[in-house]
Write a protein that binds this ligand. Structure first.
Ligand code: FAD
Length: 377
């Protein structure tokens, strides 16, 4: 699927998000990065535009668009500021969609509308200090009354979210289940905000639960299935985010190549620069195509685990490489804070890490290729 095949509605939503990125996000992103600002007011504005619940049904307060539209929004907002993309990706992809997929009708009606309208924010709490890629090793416990005890690490939106999807091990049988916790519940606290290399506008926090009351999401023991299927879709969102960051870097490099002069001509006149820009655009188009293919499969209710892993693996590497190439095109200026190239480079790196590292994406792809033979190694 390419951008030429979008429906009128998908095209309109993409343009809405692109305009918002250009007019509201881009001018403020350097200050958010410098001052480590979580841009709360932007999420309220996105809520008014319907973009905080773009692919959530209208009867639950969303815009009622499809998953492909959400992916298009992710790319455009991330082109403006990667941290905003991270917050939205978790809020929608890992926050609201699991409640839609696994929550009861009562949970959906109670919890989703304030999230979809942007009045509240959602988070997804799987990772712990001793369990990242190996999520099944988590140690947070749930007692028979569904009170949670344990800690979670690096939780996006952690300092600001109102609803948390939390994964914990049931005391009685040791199986992992999913739970919902509201901010302010007894025994719940945010203990630390992480200092990161990039994405300074996103919140990444550690949480503690001490006999914290929760409600179950889905059936007992379904936690890993819920977490993994959430990540299957979430990875498509990260692929879109990576594509957006890479596109921002290309746009910057193209503009600069037309203006900057050396040896009596614009540097865009040098074949070395032309070839770099051509490679950047080609790789970005390929990343976008893989991303849209995976999104379309998910939208159609078809298997998309491998396609999502391929899209994330490829797009995140493109973002890391091409943001570096953008710095190269800008020369010394690329290494300074005068231009956003260095921010794009810092922001891009983590797309190879969260929602499954690149090594884990390769594992997913290889297992599908090799079946049992891959598990024996
Ligand atoms: C900014 C940020 C935001 C995040 N947001 C969230 C969030 O909202 N919610 C949440 O739950 N988590 C979140 N995370 C956690 C993130 O998902 C984990 O960092 C990630 O899954 C990797 O886990 P780890 O850091 O423990 O690395 P590890 O699992 O310790 O991996 C270390 C290295 O070993 C490699 N490795 C591990 N296992 C294998 C294997 N089987 N085969 C080959 N290589 C392997 C990895 O690829 C990596 O290179 C966030 C992290 C960051 C940095």
């Amino acid at each position: 699927m390419s951008l030429h095949e979008l429906s009128d509605e998908q095209r309109e939503i993409r343009e809405l998000a692109a305009r918002f990125a250009d007019e509201v996000i881009v001018p403020q992103a350097p200050a958010w990065d410098r001052e480590h600002t979580f841009p709360k007011e932007v999420f309220a504005q996105l809520g008014e535009l319907g973009l905080m619940g773009v692919c959530i049904p209208q009867e639950l307060g969303g815009a009622g668009a499809d998953f492909v539209s959400y992916i298009l929004v992710m790319e455009q907002l991330s082109r403006g500021d990667a941290g905003v993309g991270t917050a939205i990706g978790v809020h929608i992809g890992a926050g609201q969609l699991p409640i839609l997929a696994h929550g009861t009708a009562e949970q959906q009606e109670r919890l989703v509308p304030p999230l979809a309208q942007g009045h509240e924010l959602a988070a997804f709490a799987l990772t712990e200090s001793g369990s990242g890629s190996d999520a099944g090793a988590l140690r947070t416990r749930a007692d028979a009354a569904q009170r949670l005890t344990g800690t979670k690490q690096w939780i996006t939106n952690g300092s600001h979210a109102h609803v948390f999807n939390v994964f914990a091990r049931d005391d009685d049988d040791g199986r992992i289940s999913a739970f919902l916790v509201r901010r302010g519940a007894p025994g719940f606290a945010v203990t630390r905000e992480e200092e990161k290399m990039g994405q300074h506008s996103s919140s990444t926090a550690d949480l503690v639960f001490e006999a914290t009351p929760s409600e179950r999401l889905g059936t007992p023991g379904a936690g890993m299935r819920i977490a993994l299927s959430t990540l299957d879709g979430g990875r498509i969102g990260i692929a879109a985010q990576a594509t957006g960051i890479a596109q921002a870097a290309l746009d910057l490099a193209v503009g600069y190549a037309k203006e900057r002069r050396a040896f009596g001509r614009a540097i865009g006149g040098f074949q070395a620069i032309q070839q770099k820009l051509a490679d950047m655009q080609t790789e970005i188009e390929a990343a976008r195509a893989l991303t849209l293919r995976a999104a379309r499969l998910k939208q159609a209710g078809r298997p998309h685990t491998v396609e999502g892993a391929q899209a994330k693996l490829f797009a995140s590497a493109v973002a890391r490489r091409q943001t570096g190439e953008a710095i190269q095109v800008l020369g010394g200026y690329g290494y300074t804070k005068e231009f956003p190239a260095e921010r794009y480079y810092r922001d891009a790196k983590v797309t190879e890490i969260y929602e499954g590292t690149s090594e884990i994406q390769r594992l997913v792809i290889a297992r599908a290729l090799l079946g049992e033979a891959a598990r024996e190694s």
